[in-house]
Design a protein around this ligand. Structure first.
Ligand code: NAP
Length: 234
């Protein structure tokens, strides 16, 4: 896999950071983003200490100028093999019922979870097509399960899933995967369960082998669950 380049959004912490470290171990050079520049730089420094090239591009995925900066970083890297649209938001917290969901917050959640990944993919598709690359969109079981309170987040993830599904039909020269990582012990998960002990949820590192298998084996385009991809359950 050496010389391959992956762009991962939302990689300063949580699942994105674990995926960045995992792909670096597989030999990928990385381009990563997040809004908090200091946290992003700390992650980039930690991963590059292990010997990989990591380009940190701080910014908000909903900002068109930031997305162009990400494309510029990929152009400077000379190639792009994988785009991981991982950055996401829970939306309003504590999770409100749809009856009470503030519409501005709903719109903001769709901007981060749906519009930004589609727009970033649009910008990067020419580079990905030229390499026969891949897009991995991180979704959730909330996309197809009706959990009370999860209507805003779940509707946005469902929209991302169907956009991925159509993209897979349209872009036959690349792989398009959309995958549910399962419950993970992260800031977002804690935000969903404020004040609750989430220490029984697995750490994000635990699902990295599922994703490195998906990517490394270049499985067919489609919807996946990390739990079903774990090498031990093959
Ligand atoms: N944790 C779970 O149980 C779980 C379950 C199913 C699916 N997921 C999905 O997994 C993905 C990662 O979630 P996580 O739990 O790892 O969340 P997290 O710990 O909150 O990390 C989110 C990452 O995304 C970045 N980010 C958030 N908004 C951004 C924006 N507008 N622009 C750029 N970067 C942004 C954050 O950094 P900044 O705040 O500095 O921007 C951070 O690096 C999400 O798509 C989530 O929906 C998580």
């Amino acid at each position: 896999m050496s010389n391959q380049v992956a762009l991962i959004t939302g990689a300063s912490r949580g699942l994105g950071r674990a995926l960045a470290a995992g792909l670096a171990r597989e030999g990928y050079a990385l381009i990563i983003d997040a809004r908090n520049a200091a946290a992003l730089e700390a992650t980039a420094a930690e991963i590059s200490d292990a010997g990989r090239t990591v380009t940190a591009v701080p910014g908000d995925v909903t900002d068109p100028a930031h997305r162009v900066a990400l494309r510029r970083a990929a152009e400077q890297a000379g190639r792009l093999d994988l785009l991981v649209n991982n950055a996401g938001t829970l939306g309003a917290s504590p999770l409100p019922a749809l009856a009470d969901y503030p519409v501005d917050e709903l719109r903001a959640a769709f901007e981060v979870n749906v519009i930004a990944p589609i727009a970033l993919t649009q910008l990067l598709l020419p580079m990905l097509r030229s390499r026969g690359g891949a897009v991995l969109n991180i979704t959730s079981d909330a996309a197809d399960q009706a959990y009370a309170g999860w209507g805003g987040y779940g509707a946005a993830k469902a929209a991302l899933e169907q956009a991925s599904n159509v993209l897979a039909a349209e872009e036959v020269a690349i792989r398009v995967w959309w995958a549910d990582p399962g419950d993970l012990r992260t800031d977002m998960h804690q935000q969903a369960f404020p004040g609750q002990d989430i220490s029984d949820r697995p750490e994000p590192d635990t699902v990295v082998p599922a994703f490195t298998r998906l990517i490394g084996e270049r499985l067919p385009s489609g919807r996946y669950r990390a739990a079903h991809l774990m090498p031990a359950t093959r």
